[in-house]
Design a protein around this ligand. Structure first.
Ligand SMILES: *Cc1c(COP(=O)(O)O)cnc(C)c1O
Length: 411
């Protein structure tokens, strides 16, 4: 990471619902009406001040897009070896379902620090916490966000407290604690954990970095859109399948595309944005199907894809808007189909997806079969975490080194 100073182009923050303005340079949670705040930039100045090829030539992973980000002083950047995540073609999987070999591409976010794309959002949230003088961060998490917050907060010398639903995978609980946060199991879902974080604020003084309840995680996730545009040679794919929980990434990418168009780096074409959920927790899909602008709480949320087990999203209307404006759709997948897609992608392409990533593959297959996606359309699947963090099926095949080994069965 180079330590040269970059100009900051932030002008203010804006309520995503009412457009009300909020000053930059001080801590913010939700807007007065309880909705997410979006960071706004002087895009004319940014366009004049930044060269596309120069940005593309930098290293440093998503930090290369510094001018599109709110951090004003380089000393506040928190880096753990971020990398540009690869686009990996899946030609066998594509052809097996009757699509062109080049139609299917996986963006593998599992290569980021802490093994998930939560690193993007939390790196920004933690850097901004440092910049704004916050000392103690707290959040509810299904696992990956807590791990990313723990790692970046420790790196930055900040305290972190994390609340997880009690059925959060053991590996996530352990990685969070090992990376320096204090982690509690809660007998409830992520929204119950969120309530605990909110209610503890006054007594503890911690700052709530829940999804979309602070403005900077979106900016971090926005870098997925910037990176994707750059990787596609400043064009965009035809369709993006995004496993949608709180929707930070979908909202962030949509924001990135607008900013890129506003500064003239891409044209007005947009990918169709597909919000993928699990049938056991599909509030966005239900609202999409009903033509609603908001998505009420989903009761008894349940799915193997823990990262998208989010029963209620404060940014619901932003997700639905992006999906509709893009001409995309929302789709729910059964757990069984998710795990089947998971196994098939691993076997056919050597890609060990996370269940949430596998859900996008299952969704693409469905959409291909029912004609919502064409066989030659370029589709990007987001694999948001390394598959290594998730439970895997047991294997019982054994060899007895003292017995007779029947090699014919191995030939
Ligand atoms: C957080 C998470 C998601 C959902 O991402 P959002 O942008 O919050 O919707 C999906 N998959 C995994 C593995 C996650 O950790």
């Amino acid at each position: 990471m180079t330590r040269r100073e970059y100009p900051s182009f932030v002008t203010h923050l804006e309520c995503s619902m009412t457009g009300a303005r909020y000053p930059a340079g001080r801590p913010h949670g939700l807007s007065e009406v309880g909705r997410p705040l979006l960071v706004r930039y002087d895009l004319d100045a940014l366009a004049r001040g930044v060269d596309r090829d120069q940005v593309a030539a930098r290293d440093g992973g998503f930090w290369k897009y510094r001018e599109f980000l709110p951090v004003t002083r380089s000393e506040n950047v928190v880096a753990l070896g971020e990398t540009e995540t690869p686009l990996i073609a899946a030609p066998r999987a594509a052809v097996a379902d009757g699509a062109d070999p080049g139609a299917l591409v996986v963006k593998d976010e599992g290569r980021l620090p802490t093994g998930s794309f939560k690193a993007r959002g939390l790196a920004l949230a933690v850097a901004m916490a440092r910049e704004l003088g916050l000392g103690h961060l707290a959040m509810p998490t299904n696992g990956n966000a807590g791990a990313a917050m723990a790692a970046y907060a420790s790196r930055a010398g900040l305290r972190a407290t994390v609340f997880c639903p009690d059925d959060t995978p053991e590996i996530n609980i352990s990685e969070i604690e090992l990376q320096g946060a204090v982690v509690y199991r809660v007998n409830g879902l992520i929204n119950d954990c969120g309530r605990i974080v909110g209610e503890g604020r006054e007594t503890t003084g911690w700052f709530d970095v829940s999804t979309l309840k602070e403005p900077y995680r979106i900016e971090g996730k926005k870098t997925m859109g910037l990176e994707l545009a750059e990787q596609f040679g400043w064009t965009l794919p035809d369709v993006i399948f995004y496993p949608t929980g709180g929707g930070t990434g979908l909202i962030g990418m949509w924001k990135a595309f607008q900013e890129l168009e506003d500064i003239g780096w891409i044209g007005s074409e947009r990918p169709r944005m597909v919000a993928v959920q699990a049938t056991g927790c599909a509030p966005i899909v239900r609202a999409y199907d009903a033509g609603e602008e908001h998505a009420p709480l989903w009761e008894n949320a349940q799915t193997v894809a823990a990262g998208i087990r989010v029963p209620v999203a404060v940014g619901d209307f932003l997700i639905l808007r992006a999906v509709r404006e893009s001409g995309g759709f929302a789709i729910a997948i059964e757990d069984e189909e998710i795990m089947q897609a998971h196994a098939e992608m691993a076997r056919s392409e050597g890609l060990l997806l996370c269940p949430e990533g596998a859900a996008t593959y299952a969704a693409w297959r469905r959409a291909l079969a029912d004609g919502r996606v064409g066989r030659s359309e370029r589709a990007v699947l987001f694999n948001c975490a390394t598959g290594l963090k998730y439970p895997m099926p047991p294997v019982n095949r054994r060899v007895d080194r003292h017995g007779r080994i029947d090699y014919r069965t191995m030939a």
